[in-house]
Unconditional design. Structure first.
Length: 291
């Protein structure tokens, strides 16, 4: 059952509408107080819930913990500031709640996939380049290096406009760091994601943008980028490959209760493009972690 469908009022398999509103209040409070050393009790008080009830409800609705969500909000705001301002990295780190520049740099690099300085310089260098052009840079036909694939089926974008969609396998419900494996497609329908037969637990996440969207528009998630997100099932790779089950992905607008997008796509593709497969129907490029 889709997480948003499960949250609809009257659905007794999850939470009522008032719970969703309470969690949204807590998230809004996090956004307003990124520089402050917030604790779990601060969030619970904002949502008018006990610590235990808040933590459980927050995880059910957002798919992650309050602490990880707050960290994601802080790093997401830092990304925005690195792109849209000339504020020093030290001042940015302080403004999003880090007292140590080293801790901020380490956390940012781990979650985004690039250091703050590298992220800023690369973002400025290709700010006005359409993402679809960036994905085609240095693209050359190569034999498929992975004998195993995860078959996904991406639904049509809600606006029915041409788009570019990234399907990635991530270790959590937050699109952060380099994906374990990924594929890019320009049309709805079936697409194969290269995988290995492993016991890794992954989540299939999708990020879709307008076909003409530029790098800066995507990084800033502007209206011109017309971005959608989607999520497939949680799985253990080896088990899923054996079952040959298709993963269907429905695209939708990102909600306030969805964790921020942290991965530095499309900058990661520019850092090191390594095509895993080529197809006449769409460019398919990997910027995933090396095995």
């Amino acid at each position: 059952m889709d997480r948003l469908q499960a949250m609809r009022p009257g659905n007794n398999t999850c939470h009522h509408e008032d719970h969703v509103r309470s969690i949204m209040l807590a998230i809004a409070n996090m956004n307003e107080r990124l520089a402050e050393p917030l604790e779990l009790r601060d969030h619970a008080q904002t949502a008018h819930m006990s610590l235990f009830h808040f933590h459980r409800t927050f995880h059910t609705i957002t798919t992650t913990t309050p602490g990880r969500f707050l960290t994601a909000l802080r790093i997401a705001e830092a990304k925005q500031m690195l792109v849209r301002t000339s504020t020093s990295i030290l001042d940015i780190s302080i403004s999003v709640g880090y007292s140590s520049l080293g801790t901020f740099t380490s956390q940012f690099t781990r979650l985004v996939g690039l250091s703050p300085g590298r992220f800023r310089s690369q973002a400025r260098k290709v700010a006005d380049v359409p993402v679809i052009e960036l994905m085609n840079v240095n693209r050359a036909p190569q034999p498929d290096s992975s004998p195993l694939h995860l078959e996904c089926w991406v639904r049509e974008r809600p606006d029915r406009a041409p788009g570019l969609t990234v399907i990635g396998l991530f270790p959590s419900h937050i699109a952060q760091t380099r994906p374990i494996s990924c594929t890019v497609t320009t049309s709805p329908g079936p697409i194969l994601v290269p995988v290995s037969r492993s016991s890794a637990k992954v989540v299939v996440l999708a990020i879709s943008m307008a076909a003409e969207a530029t790098v800066e528009q995507v990084l800033m998630e502007t209206s011109e980028a017309s971005m959608y997100v989607g999520r497939g099932s949680d799985m253990t790779l080896g088990d899923h490959i054996s079952s040959s089950e298709v993963v269907y992905i429905q695209l939708r607008k990102r909600q306030l209760t969805d964790p921020p997008l942290l991965t530095a796509f499309p900058l990661l593709a520019q850092e090191g493009i390594s095509p895993e497969q080529t197809s006449d129907r769409s460019p398919s490029t990997s910027f995933a972690d090396s095995p």
